[in-house]
Design a protein. Structure first.
Length: 159
């Protein structure tokens, strides 16, 4: 059954008059005071040398907790470009512990730990090889000295 637009208008007017407008409004979210992506993009666009530090501190909570990996990456790149254009620097470690990059950082840490362990085991193996080759060289030298001592000199025959 299709309802005409005039009928919809009447129903809407009755609901608004009866206090039913709350049904059409969006439900309150826990982050009503939080920034939206639009606000972050606009803040980055409006960066100046004067408001740089305060603007970054304003958008950092969004980048740390709310932004997805794509929004985080784009925002950080845009901030870096604006900072370079303005002749200022982004603070060291700014928004590095973002929730969006947690999995990537964990995977990178695992990879680095594996490489460290691999390098440690390789160096231990090299040390063992060096020790064993030094022992073999020492054994060869003693054997060579022993052979040199046991060589008999030929007797001289007079003719």
């Amino acid at each position: 059954m299709r309802v005409s637009s005039s009928c919809q208008a009447v129903v809407l007017a009755l609901l608004v008059g009866a206090g039913g407008a709350e049904a059409f409004s969006s439900p309150a979210t826990p982050n009503d005071n939080a920034m939206r992506m639009r606000d972050v993009r606009q803040t980055v666009h409006d960066l100046t040398a004067d408001n740089f530090a305060t603007s970054l501190s304003t958008i950092e909570p969004f980048l740390l907790n709310e932004a997805g990996s794509t929004m985080y990456g784009k925002s950080m790149r845009r901030i870096a470009v604006r900072a370079k254009a303005l002749g200022v620097e982004v603070p060291e470690g700014y928004a590095k512990e973002a929730k969006a990059t947690a999995k990537k950082r964990a995977k990178q840490d695992e990879f680095i730990q594996a490489k460290i362990e691999e390098a440690a085991s390789a160096s231990a193996t090299e040390e063992e090889d060096a020790e064993s080759s030094a022992e073999e060289a020492a054994a060869d030298e003693t054997a060579a000295e022993g052979e040199a001592e046991t060589v008999e000199e030929p007797e001289l025959v007079e003719a």
